[in-house]
Design a protein around this ligand. Structure first.
Ligand code: APR
Ligand code: PHB
Length: 406
């Protein structure tokens, strides 16, 4: 049995764990990350790519912004193609100058991994059998196996950044945790290709055939999604079938410009809204996907993880630099307020932009629900106030500050 000690033990080397680790390191707070899979495996996951300004500032605070600032594309707006009409949401004008940055999550993760290995901080990739112990005691610890050895990692605090399928959330006793969940009756089939994107700005499409999204990673790399059935398997979708279906869901001008090519990656993701309350138990703090999931329609997943990280890193800064241990009690309430706003926005966007074939809730027939949502979208897109409401949420709501402890 090998023993390790640190101040903050971080479970998971996804974007949440890596960003938290980097911010803490900059503040002189020791941390060790324990990750189940290899770094290559983590980097193999293709996820969304729209960053709010709050996220971008956090990455700058972590000092990992060089490539993001060079290669990220500033997007001042996005388009919605619905009911044969194209509407631009002018983010910049509607929000007093705000925009979003288009830069893949995989790239952020790669940059954070590089910074971590340069800083010499310990990350135990390919660790297994991880368990949390004495979470409510003053010195909690993790046990795990790594490279054929058993380990115990003693710490002051545990950051559970281990995603939706991690062990942190379920370490909170069931009677103290409330989980909210909505699973949507469809999925997204995503395809990444080295082809020039159809448009400079993202296009969200609501059509009779279902939702589609034209996104991008650069001037030469496209990312597209189409709504698909939950029964669909990715092997059933040839690249040709994908391109044909996408073409039918894009606005005509974009469809004409569509350049097809072999996929670099193709996968199906289910859509889910999920929140675990509280996000804290004793000295354990849940961060990012470990505590909440949003459907990708509002591009909020990574951005909500970032606001958790912002709050938690500020808390640890206060604990270690000012000796204020009491402020840890503020985490869950602050994080959850912003999470619920992101959940509501993502749910709202998903409801308005998808095609619903199956029952959506107990009270409404799918066609009735569709009519409500058609009208909802029509109302918001045909009013400046409506578009402003959408834009303000898309660029991201402000982060909440900590209160002074009494
Ligand atoms: N032990 C160690 N590591 C674990 C364990 C475990 N038992 N279980 C899970 N992990 C690791 C996973 O292998 C993964 O690398 O935790 C990491 C969690 O990373 P993510 O799932 O990417 O979650 P997070 O870092 O919170 O990122 C949030 O990712 O899913 C998107 O939309 C989401 O964009 C958002 C972002
Ligand atoms: C993506 O580029 O992968 C992406 C962009 C916006 C979304 C979802 C995904 O809303």
């Amino acid at each position: 049995m090998k023993k390790l000690t640190t101040q903050v033990a971080i479970i998971g080397a996804g974007p949440s764990g890596l960003l938290l680790g980097q911010l803490l390191a900059r503040q002189g707070i020791e941390n060790i990350i324990i990750e189940r899979v290899s770094s290559e495996y983590v980097l193999g996951r293709i996820r969304a790519g729209i960053l709010e300004q709050g996220f971008v500032e956090l990455v700058r605070r972590a000092g990992v912004n060089k490539r993001m600032d060079r290669e990220g594309e500033v997007h001042d707006g996005f388009l919605i193609w619905a009911n044969d009409k194209l509407t631009r949401i002018d983010l910049k004008n509607l929000t007093g100058g705000k925009s979003v940055l288009c830069y893949g999550q995989t790239e952020i993760t790669r940059d954070l991994m590089e910074a971590r290995s340069e800083s010499g901080l310990l990350t135990c990739y390919e660790s297994s059998e991880l368990e949390l112990h004495d979470i409510t005691a003053s010195k909690p610890y993790l046990s795990f196996e790594h490279a054929g050895e058993k380990y115990e990692l003693l710490c002051d605090y545990i950051a559970g950044c281990d995603g939706f399928h991690g062990v942190s959330r379920t370490s909170i006793p069931e009677n103290l945790r409330k989980e909210h969940e909505r699973v949507y009756p469809f999925g997204w089939l995503g395809l990444l290709a080295d082809t020039p994107p159809v448009n400079e700005e993202l296009i969200y499409c609501k059509t009779q055939r279902g939702f589609a999204l034209a996104s991008r990673r650069s001037a030469t790399r496209s990312r597209y999604y189409i709504q698909c059935s939950l029964e669909d398997r990715v092997e059933q979708w040839s690249d040709t079938a994908f391109w044909e279906e996408l073409k039918q869901r894009l606005p005509p001008d974009a469809a004409d410009k569509l350049v097809t090519g072999p996929s670099i990656e193709k996968s199906i993701a289910p859509l889910r809204s999920f929140v675990c309350e509280p996000m804290q138990y004793g000295n354990l703090f849940l961060v990012g996907d470990a505590a909440h999931i949003v459907p990708p329609t509002g591009a909020k997943g990574l951005n909500l993880a970032a606001s958790d990280v912002a709050t938690l890193s500020t808390i640890f800064e206060r604990v270690y630099n000012e000796g204020d241990k009491q402020c840890t009690g503020q985490y869950s309430a602050i994080a959850l307020r912003r999470v619920w706003h992101g959940e509501r926005f993502s749910w709202w966007m998903s409801n308005m932009l998808h095609r619903f074939d199956t029952a959506v809730d107990n009270a409404l027939a799918p066609q009735t629900f569709e009519r409500f949502m058609h009208s909802e979208l029509d109302f918001y897109l045909n009013s400046d106030a409506g578009k402003r409401v959408m834009a303000q949420q898309y660029v991201g709501l402000p982060y909440e500050s900590l209160r002074v402890s009494s």
